[in-house]
Ligand binder design. Structure first.
Ligand SMILES: *Cc1c(COP(=O)(O)O)cnc(C)c1O
Length: 432
């Protein structure tokens, strides 16, 4: 399959080219040139996520040099426990936080690492490729864990000092080896601006080969569609019905992945976007007009996005499918309501939710108040123990981290401070 740019002015690219390039040469985002709705009977023999992923992703890998490695890439990247648990009648939770860093970013980061690792395998001995990533918390640790000790790669993380939770900060600094954590006394937007400046600096890139791992990467988007396929198949086998997903949404990567799974013919009814007080997406869904705006800080900080990077993909899908827009819904949830949903989670559902998942829970309740009888699945994007500073005071007890996170917290951690100016970053990257 070929991948085309959402800007429409670049040549179609094969999978490997699109994966290595990140952004298309015309500044657009790569997207599959067609998504075919085929009968989901093709998954009848599949019982695990890696098996479903292999069948789901085969058309996208067709004709590419990575085609023969698809099975291995799925087995290595996606052997993450992915339970679909019951919340209440016709209401479910898809727990995507059982990977090494306890957030859904692990699926995409590991898949990206395994594909890039194979593509660069032939160039061993060359200068290592540096993956530069600005993070508001979860992406940085997932990418670090995925590339940790991988020959031929280095990871440099920029994160806003003091604006990630204590556990997130520890996690970012606990890798060492080929991973460097830089804490920047500035906000996430400034971290991202510094990374962007590095990517556009040709002098730097000639000396230090750079690659990104942000949410526009196809290597993160495609594997994310596979857990929607997996969960909807499990549900359909058990009930004979289609499932609607409520996706906590920031940069729209996870939500667009759900739409791709639906487009490929899986038994998915609706895809709903839950977000915090950053209203860009709800406004766009409501009015059809897109206005990027500065992000506002909320308790669900991984979704503090005012100009979602994957909106180009959503608009591209809407242009191809005129019925899509009317089928979308989005809800903006304020901090007070996030607190309330975390507080009542144990009494109402026997669960502790992270602040992002809590936005999804509010949207579920909003749909129920409106009388919807659909089968809904809220996507749990992170484990609540990653946001202990927000969650623990609300639930009134400690929230125990899962084993993988506990192991990381037991390791020593170190980070370096980086002044929030570009010459400091450039100098540090040259001295790697
Ligand atoms: C990244 C993240 C999100 C937002 O996902 P997008 O793909 O950017 O929409 C939601 N919740 C958590 C916990 C995250 O880390």
């Amino acid at each position: 399959m070929k991948f085309i740019s959402t800007n429409g002015r670049a040549d179609p690219a094969g999978l490997s080219t699109a994966l290595l390039a990140g952004l298309a040469p015309d500044g657009g985002l790569y997207f599959p040139d067609r998504i075919e709705a085929s009968p989901f009977r093709r998954f009848d023999a599949c019982t695990t996520l890696p098996q479903v992923a292999r069948v789901f992703l085969r058309p996208f890998f067709e004709g590419d040099i990575l085609h023969d490695d698809l099975r291995l890439i799925c087995d290595l990247s996606l052997d993450i426990e992915t339970p679909l648990v019951s919340l209440a009648e016709s209401s479910y939770l898809l727990e995507l936080f059982h990977g090494p860093t306890a957030a859904f970013k692990d699926y995409g980061a590991r898949f990206l690492a395994n594909t890039l690792g194979r593509l660069r395998g032939t160039e061993a001995g060359e200068t290592p490729l540096t993956i530069l990533v600005a993070t508001s918390g979860d992406t940085g640790s997932a990418v670090a864990a995925a590339f940790h000790r991988m020959p031929g790669f280095r990871v440099v993380i920029l994160y806003p000092d003091g604006r990630v939770s204590k556990r997130q900060a520890h996690q970012l600094g606990c890798f060492g080896d080929n991973v460097l954590a830089l804490r920047v006394p500035a906000g996430f937007d400034q971290c991202q601006a510094l990374a962007k400046q590095a990517f556009s600096d040709s002098d730097l890139r000639a000396r230090v080969p750079l690659s990104s791992a942000n949410s526009i990467s196809l290597g993160r988007l495609l594997p994310q569609a596979t857990y929607y396929a997996f969960a909807s198949l499990l549900h359909h086998r058990a009930t004979g019905r289609s499932l609607s997903f409520i996706v906590p949404t920031g940069n729209l990567g996870n939500a667009v992945a759900a739409l791709i799974a639906k487009g490929a013919g899986l038994p998915i009814h609706r895809v709903l976007f839950a977000t915090n007080r950053n209203r860009t997406v709800p406004e766009f869904v409501e009015t059809g007009e897109y206005h990027a705006r500065p992000s506002v800080a909320t308790l669900a900080n991984a979704m503090d996005v005012g100009d979602p990077s994957n909106v180009a993909r959503l608009r591209f899908m809407m242009a191809k499918d005129p019925a899509l827009h009317a089928a979308l819904s989005a809800l903006s949830v304020d901090d007070e309501t996030i607190r309330a949903r975390i507080k009542s989670g144990e009494a109402d559902y026997g669960k502790v939710f992270c602040p992002h998942t809590a936005c999804g829970i509010e949207m579920l309740e909003h749909e129920r108040r409106g009388g919807s009888k659909d089968d809904f699945c809220v996507v749990a994007t992170a484990h609540p123990s990653k946001f202990e500073d927000v969650v623990e005071p609300l639930v009134g007890h400690e929230v125990e981290p899962p084993p993988a996170l506990r192991a990381m917290l037991a390791r020593p951690a170190a980070s370096e401070i980086l002044e929030p100016d570009y010459p400091s970053l450039k100098d540090r990257l040259i001295r790697l």
